[in-house]
Design a binder for this molecule. Structure first.
Ligand code: HEC
Length: 128
């Protein structure tokens, strides 16, 4: 009788822990989406699987479960794109630079709003 009780105790502790971890993540993502800082908001939109989902194709410093279909997102982009507007144009519609790109035209297809694309641009521009 002692063993099943122990198993139940361990299982319920694990369930409680998993629940609180999941809840913490949701709370953090929602807070970031409403943050005053555009960089934090942009990161939240970029990581949101139903929004930018950039991480499905791009890796960046600290990304978890990142894809490798597109190049690494990082500070090196500041050398390639002369200013934020040029970088924003790439995120708005990647098919302008590459007509057969796999990257969704986030702005042209209104997948993301103008404000969300501005925030993502701020986030990418802030990377080292
Ligand atoms: C379905 C895959 C996919 C998704 C999702 C995606 N990208 Fe891309 N991205 C690519 C590919 C592939 C390239 C390589 C260039 C090309 O083919 O257009 C690219 C290129 C880029 C570039 C230019 C890199 C260079 O070399 O100039 C930037 C910046 C970029 N992506 C940012 C983003 C951001 C920000 C998001 C999320 C809002 C995103 N991407 C979502 C596939 C993706």
């Amino acid at each position: 009788m002692r063993k099943p009780a122990k198993i139940i105790a361990i299982a319920s502790t694990a369930a409680l822990l998993a629940g609180s971890i999941a809840f913490t993540n949701i709370a953090t993502a929602a807070d970031d989406a409403k943050a005053a800082d555009p960089v934090a908001r942009g990161k939240a939109v970029a990581e949101d699987r139903k929004k930018g989902n950039c991480v499905a194709c791009h890796a960046y410093e600290g990304a978890s479960l990142a894809g490798n279909i597109g190049p690494m997102i990082g500070g090196w982009l500041k050398q390639k794109y002369k200013d934020k507007a040029a970088l924003r144009a790439q995120i708005f519609d990647a098919s302008k630079a590459n007509p057969i790109t796999l990257m969704p035209p986030f702005g042209r297809h209104a997948i993301l709003s103008d404000a969300e694309i501005n925030d993502i641009t701020e986030w990418v521009w802030s990377l080292q």
